[in-house]
Design a protein around this ligand. Structure first.
Ligand code: HEM
Length: 587
């Protein structure tokens, strides 16, 4: 029989152990609770790690949060809607409280959505919040993506997080499409009909794919329940899972920060997660929720009762999908009919297929691989935790704007019929113009953006070398007029000189000893071409010697009050500060 109190040799090792003070933990309730939890779950280490985690502060970092919070609002309101929504296409006669549709035969899905809107207390508001949150979610995801792109926050080590984000943005669009297709009203039914057309346009397998997805001929009764499972289970699960990985990577990589005083590639200047950031984030969640609820309370969205239940016959012009599907709809409207042809008894719907089933994957693939392409072109293998100012990466910024201009043209094309009606213009003229713009607008946008970036960089250089224009004109004794330039503070100047001006890569791998092209010559030549495209036009930041020279050039400024300048050293911030300090000492 064994007794607990038997002393064992090993006990001697614990002679220095301190007994936990029962009374003490009982007295500090909060600490006590935390202590109690830690004793059992051991979370203290994790909490202290989080508490010490520092988050840089900048308004543009809130865009990802808006995406996160609107996604949470979608999940919460969506869960509410599942209590009443009936995902069925079976036909019923409506007998709810919305009089104009009483006695009309419709699908159970449409009937239950009417029920949520008119018979469930708060149902309409929740439906509105859910739809508006979805629209704001997708907008904020794209604006967040643009922020990350134009500041170069996708560079090493964040390439994978960029890819996760890219997939998240595509899923957000598909989730939205699946969601607004559920009520089975005339407009969403048209969307599903169009989707069926897209699927059928796939060469050879189109009709089989359509039968597989719709469970038979269109519309059938399977598509609504299938979209429902995708919308309330499959896609949200992937979204939340991928988003969690996304945020964990943000923690792992630490958040990037904009260049500024004391900020380097090795540190993060900002607020600790606990308590500051969490408090700010919590407050911001309720602001986002509040704004969405306010919009939802005053602006009607998706009034399905006005559209009526889905019926393929009464289709009209002016039926557009939700905004984030506009570009794909626009691409379809711009593709000319003559692209369709027949061979081997098969119809090749090249007037539909590229705009529907090719455009989306192609566009998202290009977005997803961009960080890897830029890294290959620049040959830059370093980690980047300091963000770029878009002007300092002119080619990347121009590529981004060119891409956005192409997207905008497609988006506008989705409203070609509305523009024709509202502006009393010919729909063919509008379509032709947009077809031309699709090819012409991006290169023009690229060129203008690049020129603007380069001139902004030049203006920065001028500002560093000559100070900020004050608009005050000084008249010298000899009658000359001069504008007074106010010197920049070292911090302001640092931001304008801290970036690198990449040089185009030199072509390395040429010919081997026998003058024969080395195997990788072709790839290297291509890379050198891209690198030249990226970095041929550039403006190098002002160097300390250039400022010194500008300083002496302004010797006569001595006569102008506040016109003095300071020397700089575009090395690490501290070095810069040292230099400035040194100058101050020498007066
Ligand atoms: C469901 C959609 C998304 C949500 C909820 C989300 C949320 C967030 C949040 C909260 C942050 C940290 C704060 C910030 O920098 O804004 C973040 C960072 C980041 N996100 Fe997203 N994001 C989403 C989609 C995307 C997309 C589409 C991309 C790019 C294609 C992307 C790329 C990144 C990157 C690279 C970071 C790190 C940024 C940095 O450290 O500066 N995210 N995301």
């Amino acid at each position: 029989m064994s007794t607990i109190n038997e002393t064992r040799p090993a006990d001697a090792l614990r002679s220095g152990d301190r007994q936990a003070d029962e009374r003490a933990s009982a007295t500090k309730p909060l600490g006590g609770i935390a202590g109690w939890m830690d004793d059992r779950l051991g979370g203290a280490k994790g909490v202290s790690f989080l508490a010490k985690k520092v988050f840089p502060d900048h308004w543009s970092f809130m865009l990802g949060e808006i995406a996160m919070y609107s996604m949470i609002v979608c999940l919460l309101t969506g869960a509410f809607l599942t209590f009443w929504f009936v995902p069925s296409a079976s036909q019923v006669v409506y007998d709810g409280s919305y009089v104009p549709l009483q006695g009309v035969t419709m699908s159970d899905a449409y009937r239950s959505t009417l029920g949520i809107s008119f018979d469930i207390r708060g149902g309409l508001l929740i439906r509105q919040i859910h739809h508006w949150a979805a629209l704001i979610f997708v907008v904020s995801v794209f604006v967040h993506m643009a922020r990350v792109f134009f500041t170069g926050a996708f560079r090493k080590p964040r390439e994978i997080n960029w890819v996760f984000g890219t997939i998240l943005s595509l899923l957000a669009c598909i989730e939205g499409f699946a969601g607004y297709s559920l009520p089975d009203d005339l407009l969403s039914g048209t969307g599903i009909r169009a989707m069926n057309g897209f699927i059928q346009s796939a060469p050879v397998i189109g009709s089989y794919l359509s039968y597989f997805i719709f469970g038979g001929a269109f519309p059938g009764e399977a598509i609504i329940p299938r979209l429902y499972s995708a919308h309330v289970l499959l896609i949200p699960a992937i979204l939340v899972g991928l988003f969690t990985a996304h945020i964990l990577l943000v923690f792992l990589h630490k958040h990037t920060q904009f260049p500024g005083p004391g900020r380097t590639n090795k540190n993060v200047v900002g607020y600790p997660l606990l308590p500051v950031y969490i408090a700010k984030a919590g407050g911001f969640f309720f602001i986002v929720f509040g704004v969405i609820a306010l919009i939802s309370a005053v602006v009607t969205i998706n009034p399905i009762w006005a559209y009526g239940p889905y019926d393929p016959s009464p289709i009209t012009a002016g039926s557009q999908p939700d905004w984030y599907m506009g570009f794909a709809d626009g691409a379809l409207r711009l593709l000319p009919g003559f692209l369709e042809f027949e061979t081997f008894g098969f119809t090749w719907s090249m007037n539909i297929f590229p705009g529907s089933l090719v455009l989306l994957p192609l566009m998202w693939t290009i977005i997803g691989v961009y960080p890897f392409v830029e890294a290959w072109v620049t040959g830059d293998k370093r980690e980047h935790h300091l963000l770029d100012r878009p002007r300092n990466a002119p080619t990347r910024t121009a590529i981004g704007i060119a891409g956005i201009s192409m997207y905008v043209v497609l988006f506008l094309a989705a409203g070609n019929d509305l523009m024709a009606i509202k502006l009393h213009l010919s729909i063919n003229d509008i379509t032709q113009t947009l077809r031309v713009l699709f090819f012409v607008a991006p290169p023009i946008a690229f060129w203008i953006t690049k020129r603007i970036c380069l001139s902004l960089q030049r203006a920065d250089r001028q500002k560093v070398l000559h100070g900020r224009e004050t608009g005050t004109i000084w008249r010298h004794a000899d009658g000359r007029f001069e504008e007074i330039h106010a010197p920049l503070t070292p911090d302001e100047r640092w931001v304008l000189v801290q970036h690198e001006a990449h040089e185009p890569l030199e072509l390395t791998a040429g010919k081997d000893a026998n003058g024969v092209d080395s195997p990788i010559a072709g790839k290297e030549r291509l890379r050198a071409k891209f690198s030249n495209f990226y970095f041929r036009d550039r403006v190098a930041p002002a160097t300390p010697s250039e400022l010194e020279a500008a300083h002496h050039e302004h010797d006569d400024h001595a006569a102008v009050p506040d016109g003095g300048h300071e020397a700089i050293e575009p090395a690490g911030a501290s070095q810069e500060r040292e230099t400035i300090k040194a100058d101050k000492q020498h007066g």
